[in-house]
Design a protein around this ligand. Structure first.
Ligand code: SF4
Length: 86
């Protein structure tokens, strides 16, 4: 995945500190910017693929991204088991 999408992010005109919040209120402010971002999907997938641990990416907090990764691992395991028997 290239990084050209980054130039189109809604956050490019916002203080980057906003995306590294220290409170729930700060998280919500960052998420509000992400909500109107045209590259929110690319941003989230990038953060998941790169295992970025800190900050708000793709409108998701660190905890939310960990949950997504866990859910994807659970979804993938049965497929691997099936495909190894074919
Ligand atoms: S989704 Fe949020 S963090 Fe990602 S590029 Fe858009 S505004 Fe920036």
């Amino acid at each position: 995945m290239g990084n050209a999408w980054m130039a189109r992010g809604s956050c490019r005109e916002v203080d980057p500190e906003l995306f590294f919040p220290t409170s729930g209120r700060g998280v919500n402010e960052a998420k509000r910017v992400c909500a109107s971002c045209e590259v929110v999907t690319q941003c989230l997938e990038y953060a998941l693929a790169e295992n970025i641990e800190h900050g708000i990416w793709g409108g998701k907090s660190e905890r939310e991204r960990r949950r997504i990764l866990r859910a994807r691992r659970v979804d993938v395991r049965p497929y691997r088991r099936l495909s190894s028997t074919v």
